[in-house]
Design a protein around this ligand. Structure first.
Ligand SMILES: [Zn+2]
Length: 259
C-alpha cells in the first residue's frame, strides 16, 4: 500500500480544531499583513484551512478526497508535487506535509512551492524530531516503520539549503514539548530488546495502537510487554536527550533579486 491508501484510511474527524487551536492562532498571527491570497498544500481535513478562509482568499489542496470533504474553502484534489493551478499566490502555506514525502515527491514539491509563491512560503514541520523513536515491526512482513510515517526530519538550516532564493524572516518552535530520542541509543534499544517492548503504553495509550503496515497493508494492533533493557535505555535517553516543542514554524520571503 502506498501512503495514499493510508491517508484514505485515516480518521480525518480526529484531527479537530479544539486540539489544534493554539497552533492555528500561532499560524494566523505569523502571516504577514500584505498577504491576501494563499494556497494551503496538503490541507488535510481543512482544520487550519477553514480558519484561514475566514480572513484570506484560500485554495486548499490535498490528495485525499475523504479529507477534502471537510474543507469549506475552494479546494482541489491533487498531489503536492503536481498542483494543477497556475498561481501565483501571495503565500504558499504547508503544515505537516514535507516530513511524509519520499525523495522524488519531496523534490518536486519544493519546486511547486517555489512556482506557486509570489512572495512568501510558510511551513510547519515537526521540530528536529527522531521519528524512529516510535518504531514498529510489522508481525506479517517484519518491515520496521515509524508510527507517524515520517520519512525525514528538519531543522531551520534545512530550509536555508532548500530555499536559497528565499530568506527566513521568522522562525520559532512551538507546541507541546516532546522528548528527542538519541539515534545511537535507539539502535542499541532495538538490538537488545524485542519489538514488542519498544513503545511503552505511557508513550502511546492502548486505545491508539491500531496501525497499518505501509509495506504489506497488514492491519494490526501493537501491544506492549515490559522489558528491563528497553526501560534501561529509555531512562538513559531521558538523561541525555532534551524535550523540545513539537513544531518548527518557518516563514520565508522571496529575495528581491528573485521577485
Ligand atoms: Zn508488513
Amino acid at each position: 500500500m502506498d501512503n495514499k491508501q493510508i491517508y484514505e484510511h485515516h480518521n480525518w474527524e480526529s484531527l479537530n480544531k479544539t486540539r489544534l487551536m493554539p497552533k492555528i492562532q500561532q499560524v494566523m498571527q505569523s502571516i504577514p499583513a500584505d498577504v491576501k491570497t494563499l494556497i494551503d498544500i496538503g490541507c488535510e481535513n481543512g482544520v487550519i484551512t477553514n480558519e484561514l478562509g475566514k480572513k484570506y482568499d484560500v485554495l486548499g489542496v490535498d490528495r485525499s478526497r475523504k479529507a477534502l470533504e471537510f474543507v469549506q474553502t475552494p479546494k482541489i484534489e491533487a498531489s503536492c508535487d503536481a498542483v494543477p493551478v497556475e498561481g501565483p499566490f501571495d503565500m504558499v502555506f504547508s503544515s505537516e506535509l514535507l516530513e511524509h514525502l519520499p525523495e522524488n515527491v519531496f523534490n518536486e514539491t519544493i519546486k511547486e512551492f517555489k512556482r506557486l509563491a509570489r512572495k512568501y512560503i510558510f511551513i510547519t514541520v515537526p521540530n528536529g524530531e527522531n521519528p524512529d523513536k516510535l518504531s514498529i515491526k510489522c508481525p506479517a512482513c517484519s518491515y520496521i516503520f515509524n508510527r507517524p510515517n515520517h520519512l525525514r526530519s528538519f531543522s531551520v538550516k534545512d530550509f536555508e539549503r532548500l530555499f536559497p532564493e528565499y530568506r527566513i524572516i521568522k522562525w520559532f518552535d512551538f507546541g507541546k514539548k516532546v522528548r528527542y530520542y538519541n539515534p545511537l541509543l535507539l539502535k542499541i534499544k532495538r538490538k537488545i530488546s524485542p519489538p514488542i517492548s519498544w513503545i511503552p503504553y505511557y508513550w502511546i495509550p492502548k486505545e491508539e495502537r491500531n496501525t497499518i503496515c505501509p509495506r504489506c497493508e497488514h492491519a494490526f494492533y501493537y501491544s506492549w510487554r515490559f522489558h528491563p533493557m528497553a526501560l534501561a535505555v529509555d531512562v538513559f535517553n531521558v538523561l541525555v536527550s532534551p524535550k523540545k516543542p513539537y513544531w518548527l514554524f518557518v516563514l520565508m520571503e522571496k529575495k528581491e533579486e528573485h521577485v
